[in-house]
Design a protein around this ligand. Structure first.
Ligand SMILES: [Zn+2]
Length: 279
């Protein structure tokens, strides 16, 4: 079942058209059934689909995976710490294996992981097994705050898994929230393209917002949106050059095989945005 309205802008479903996405060549055989279920809102251009495999998905507990995630997250942690108040309690929503929580906790922040579907690797950091919608609707953070203390909410690579409207993260002035900080993919920077956007090819991604949908959902002046690209930071100097080469190889490949050889977006790779919402 598709949602009855767009998760980005609440437009009714009647305005949705199917997105004619080509599957990624490398994943075509195993993920064929999932690929063509994407729809795009004709009003705000967010894309979504009904199926999700989130609850089946297991994180690898291999040392290599954890180390890789650790160094990737650590190299970007200042984006998060610049946005949040050090005296607040950070609630890491959809914390998954707990890597971001662990880094922040080691830096001295008070962190609580909110993750309903799996255990964190880091048991010394408190974990609430509450789903995100319940956590937000019941303002669960208030139970943990000391007088005058505020909460910060993180949603790092989480929005794309959520089946409900993004405006539940709106801040009420009496909510005791100091910041909501989000990192997610964004259609404006990677879709549509000649090439296929592999962000849509993860079986557990069900929603990708547009910039328009974010502004219309939060509708205030206290929101800042910044384009980031979190996969290839370490190659940033080569990134543009590399992209151009791939782009021309794919163009050639389109002429000959009618499909891409290298499966990355034209304009960037794994392009994300960071969204900071203050009350
Ligand atoms: Zn929409």
């Amino acid at each position: 079942m598709l949602p009855l309205e767009c998760q980005g802008c609440h437009s009714p479903i009647i305005q949705f058209n199917s997105v004619n996405l080509q599957p990624l060549f490398s994943r075509y055989l195993t993920k064929k059934d999932l690929i063509n279920n994407w729809h795009q809102c004709q009003n705000c251009l967010s894309v979504f689909r009904s199926c999700s495999k989130t609850s089946d998905y297991k994180y690898s507990d291999s040392e290599i995976y954890i180390q890789k995630e650790f160094s990737k997250r650590l190299s970007n942690i200042s984006r998060i710490t610049e946005s949040i108040d050090i005296n607040s309690i950070i609630f890491d929503l959809g914390s998954g294996p707990g890597i971001i929580s662990k880094i922040l906790s080691d830096m001295g922040y008070q962190v609580i992981q909110v993750e309903p579907s799996r255990d964190s690797f880091f048991k010394s950091i408190p974990q609430l097994k509450i789903d995100i919608q319940t956590f937000i609707n019941q303002e669960i953070w208030k139970q943990y705050l000391k007088p005058m203390q505020k909460a910060s909410i993180l949603l790092i690579d989480v929005l794309e898994h959520l089946p409900f409207s993004i405006d539940i993260f709106k801040l009420n002035s009496d909510s005791n929230l100091s910041t909501v900080y989000i990192e997610t993919g964004c259609v404006d920077y990677a879709f549509p393209s000649l090439n296929r956007w592999y962000y849509l090819d993860y079986s557990d991604h069900i929603f990708v917002p547009s910039i328009n949908s974010i502004y219309s959902s939060f509708n205030n002046n206290n929101i800042s949106i910044e384009r980031i690209s979190n996969s290839l930071n370490n190659y940033s100097k080569l990134n543009n050059y590399f992209r151009k080469i791939i782009y021309y190889i794919n163009k050639l490949s389109y002429l000959i095989f009618n499909r891409d050889i290298f499966l990355v977006p034209i304009r960037s790779m794994h392009d994300h945005i960071s969204i900071t919402i203050k009350p």
